[in-house]
Design a protein around this ligand. Structure first.
Ligand SMILES: [Zn+2]
Length: 302
């Protein structure tokens, strides 16, 4: 069943404060990760983080970029996913990982993490202020880390299920909205949040990965009134360019660039996300040094 690949779909439980999202990443995940030589366990974790990012991006309804990072001082250094949302355009995603040393196939992600932090960065493009939240990793899976973050930092009850088999990543999110808008119906069915959470817990990885949204929701919540909205799409996109690499190089300064040139004859940079190779020879580098440095804007840290 491949017709639900690379889609993001919202749903609501009628007359209740519970909403949800479903995501399936096929080609988006393969194009993002196939050019990187990732150990299979990390590929799976990064796939899960991609699915989680798409689910969160869908709840934010923000235009601009959202970056989720897991940073650590252990064997794993970094997992990062960037999503770019732009009105009705497909959700654009890229992802990469950094680690040092060997990673054995059997090792659990959390055995590779020491002093881990979860970092979320929002950079809205409509002039609203950028935001960065940094919290210690709490939980033993990517889903629980995000659930804890949403509860502690945003005070929103959230449940997340994630799964990645290496080629497809899928996820479901349930969120309980603040109960101010529709108090009477909420009182009428006070149990719905717990009930749908229990029902969703019966979901198998295979079902999440491969069933079309409608079939999955009917199977899980057949006694509930669920309304499923039209799907939007996801796609791989890397925003790197020769210009962006050049401005990063300019930040290194004259001395550093000259010393790389003297040593290597040219300056070579590979994009971590898409593995595109950029080379600057002596002539290019001289042009670079004549263009003034523009410092990138720093997000505010809260
Ligand atoms: Zn790139």
């Amino acid at each position: 069943m491949e017709n639900n690949q690379d889609t993001l779909q919202r749903f609501i439980f009628e007359s209740s404060p519970v909403r949800g999202n479903l995501v399936h990443l096929g080609l988006t995940l393969q194009m993002a990760l196939n050019k990187q030589n990732l150990p299979s366990g990390l590929r799976q974790s990064l796939g899960e983080l991609m699915a989680a990012s798409a689910l969160l991006a869908a709840t934010l309804k923000m235009n601009g970029s959202m970056v989720l990072q897991i940073q650590s001082k252990g064997t794993l250094k970094l997992l990062v996913v960037e999503c770019t949302c732009d009105d009705d355009a497909p959700l654009r995603m890229r992802a990469t990982a950094k680690w040092s040393g060997d990673i054995d196939e059997q090792q659990h992600l959390f055995d590779l993490i020491t002093q881990g932090q979860f970092i979320i960065t929002l950079d809205p493009k409509d002039g609203n202020q950028a935001y960065q939240g940094i919290v210690p990793l709490e939980g033993d899976s990517i889903a629980t880390i995000l659930e804890n973050y949403m509860l502690r930092s945003e005070q929103i009850d959230t449940r997340i299920w994630l799964c990645c088999d290496g080629n497809t990543a899928a996820g479901m999110l349930l969120q309980k909205l603040p109960e101010t808008m529709n108090q009477t119906t909420v009182e009428h069915d006070a149990d719905i949040w717990n009930r749908v959470g229990h029902l969703a817990n019966t979901m198998q990885d295979e079902e999440l990965l491969h069933l079309p949204a409608e079939t999955l929701l009917t199977r899980l919540f057949h006694e509930e009134q669920v309304r499923l909205f039209a799907a939007s799409n996801t796609q791989f996109f890397c925003s790197c360019s020769r210009d962006s690499v050049a401005s990063m190089l300019r930040m290194l300064g004259d001395e550093e660039l000259q010393s790389i040139l003297a040593e290597q004859g040219q300056i070579e940079v590979n994009c971590d996300f898409c593995n595109t190779h950029y080379a600057f020879d002596k002539v290019d580098a001289t042009q670079l040094l004549m263009t003034p440095v523009v410092a990138p804007s720093q997000p505010n840290i809260h």
